[in-house]
Design a protein around this ligand. Structure first.
Ligand code: PGA
Length: 260
């Protein structure tokens, strides 16, 4: 795992965006795994800027999103389809039939999850997966105690997660209790993992992810088992890491050929 601590969320997002852009330039037909929520917004803004200012071309890119609320249509104000459409897809040139999100309005969630897994396989797997992290250590919507071998499936949100996502739904009581999410086993199959976490509210989850044991109780700790992981943090999210100094020294001393 490479832990990269920068002075601000903006600086960390810009560096992570360069990693994504490098992947898109090197492999124009790459498959990206995307995340929603507040965390990747600045990274997406930077990708949009690079598309407009530097001609970063997404026309052959395919995307898969981690998760979606179950029981709401894609045009619902809280849906992740809508969030992705407005926040990213409307501003890039990815063909719409290559942007894949789980369908939260499905009447057959099990078939929907199986079809999603098949689509990922048919696309050749995910080359680079972007991840946020919940305060409880979830990735995607894999809440604590999710099987580390899990595949795309239905999950029930914790109260903590419903509270933190209440904004788009006009209160916690309206947040759908169930979601569809890529499983941890699904996520781990991506070739490269890029996790972003900003702010002190993520500090405990990051400390447990990076320096705690691998445990289903902290789903993001599964990343310790992956061979290609970068974790981009601001000072707040890094504030509970015991070995922060070592991670900073490592990053500062990287040879040029290893830099993003
Ligand atoms: P956030 O959500 O980016 O809005 O903090 C992350 C998550 O819950 O996975």
């Amino acid at each position: 795992m490479e832990v990269i601590i920068l002075e601000s969320a903006q600086a960390a997002s810009e560096l992570a965006a360069r990693l994504v852009a490098r992947r898109v330039r090197e492999l124009p037909e790459c498959t990206l795994g995307l995340a929603t929520g507040g965390t990747p917004k600045a990274l997406y803004a930077e990708l949009i800027r690079m598309h407009h200012d530097e001609g970063l071309d997404f026309k052959r890119v395919t995307t898969f999103n981690l998760d979606e609320y179950l029981g709401i249509p894609g045009d619902h104000p809280g849906s992740y389809r809508r969030e992705m459409q407005k926040g990213l897809f409307d501003h890039l040139n990815i063909p719409s039939d290559r942007t894949h999100l789980l369908d939260g309005s499905t009447h057959d969630p099990i078939a929907e999850c199986a079809a999603f897994e098949n689509r990922i396989q048919r696309a050749g797997g995910i080359d680079l997966q972007l991840l946020g992290i919940g305060g409880d250590g979830h990735i995607g919507f894999n809440e604590p105690t999710s099987s580390l071998a899990s595949r795309t499936r239905i999950k029930t949100l914790t109260r903590e997660t419903r509270m933190s996502h209440a904004g788009h739904f006009g209160g916690e009581a309206n947040v759908p209790p169930h979601v569809l999410t890529m499983g941890i086993g699904t996520i781990l199959e991506a070739e490269e993992q890029v996790l972003l976490a900003f702010g002190e509210s993520k500090a405990d989850a990051i400390a447990a992810t990076v320096e705690g044991p691998v445990t289903a109780y902290v789903p993001a700790s599964c990343l310790q088992m992956h061979k290609n992981v970068r974790i981009f943090l601001d000072e707040g999210a890094a504030s509970k890491l015991k070995r922060a100094r070592y991670y900073r020294e490592t990053f500062a001393g990287k040879p040029d050929w290893q830099r993003v």
